[in-house]
Ligand binder design. Structure first.
Ligand code: COA
Length: 191
C-alpha cells in the first residue's frame, strides 16, 4: 500500500510562521536570489531570470524530508514570504544534516534569521532527533558567521575549495552544533 505523504511541518514563532513553499512565493524569493549582495556568499550565482527562481521554488516544494527540507519564512500576520531556512545533505545513519538560510535584504537586522533558524534547530534536534547539524560558511560572510556563533555553533576548520559556484572555487569554514550543546537563545537569555 502506498504510504500517505507526511504533511509539511509548520513551525510557529512569535513573529513568524515557517511553512511549506507555494508557487506564489516566487516573487518574494526572487527579491533574495536576484540581489547581488544577498547572493555574494550563496552556493549558486545570482539569479538573472525569474524562471531560475521558479525552478528553485518548485524544488523547495518537492522536498525529500530524509535528505532535505525547505521552509518559507513567512510573516505570521500577513503570510508574506520573507526568505527561507533549510536543512540538506541529511545522513540518516549518522543523524546529521547541514543547514542554510537567506532573508530578503529589506528585512535584514530585525532578528528574523535568529528567530527562524532557532525554530528549525528545535525541530531538527527535537522532532527529527538529529545528533549533529553543520553549517558551511564563507570566511568573509560576517552576518552568517555572527548568527551561527550566536546560536552556539563551533568552528571546526577551513575547507579549501569546498564549493564550485559558476566557474569559481570557494573556501568554506565548517561549523557544527551537537544536540547536547543546543540551548536556544531564549534558554540562554539572549532573546
Ligand atoms: C545571514 C542572514 C540570513 C542574517 O539574517 P538577519 O535576519 O538579518 O539576521 P538577524 O537580524 O537575525 O541577526 C542575528 C545576528 O547576526 C548578526 N548579524 C546579522 N547581520 C549582520 C551583519 N550584516 N553584520 C554583522 N553581524 C550581523 C548579529 O550579531 C545579529 O544579532 P544582533 O542584531 O542582536 O547583533 C542575512 O544576512 C542573509 O540573508 N544573508 C545572505 C544569505 C547568506 O549569506 N546566507 C548564509 C549562507 S551560509
Amino acid at each position: 500500500m502506498p504510504k500517505k505523504p507526511v504533511p509539511h511541518p509548520v513551525l510557529s514563532t512569535p513573529r513568524l510562521r515557517l511553512r511549506q513553499f507555494r508557487t506564489d512565493d516566487v516573487d518574494a524569493m526572487h527579491a533574495c536570489f536576484a540581489d547581488p549582495d544577498a547572493m555574494r556568499f550563496w552556493n549558486t550565482p545570482v539569479h538573472t531570470r525569474l524562471i531560475e527562481t521558479e525552478r528553485s521554488v518548485r524544488n523547495f516544494i518537492d522536498c525529500t524530508p530524509s535528505y532535505y527540507r525547505f521552509w518559507a519564512v513567512a510573516d505570521a500576520e500577513t503570510d508574506r514570504c520573507l526568505g527561507l531556512v533549510n536543512y540538506h545533505d541529511g545522513h540518516i545513519r549518522s543523524r546529521r544534516a547541514s543547514i542554510g538560510y537567506i532573508i530578503d535584504p529589506e528585512h535584514h537586522r530585525q532578528g528574523i534569521a535568529m528567530e527562524a533558524v532557532t525554530a528549525m534547530l528545535d525541530f531538527c534536534f527535537g522532532e527529527l532527533g538529529l545528533h549533529r547539524l553543520q553549517a558551511f560558511i564563507h570566511p568573509e560572510n560576517q552576518a552568517s558567521l555572527r548568527l551561527i556563533e550566536k546560536l552556539g555553533f563551533r568552528r571546526e576548520g577551513l575547507l579549501r575549495d569546498h564549493l564550485r559556484v559558476g566557474e569559481d572555487w570557494r573556501d568554506d569554514a565548517l561549523y557544527a552544533l551537537l544536540t547536547a550543546e543546543w540551548r536556544s537563545p531564549v534558554q540562554r537569555g539572549q532573546r
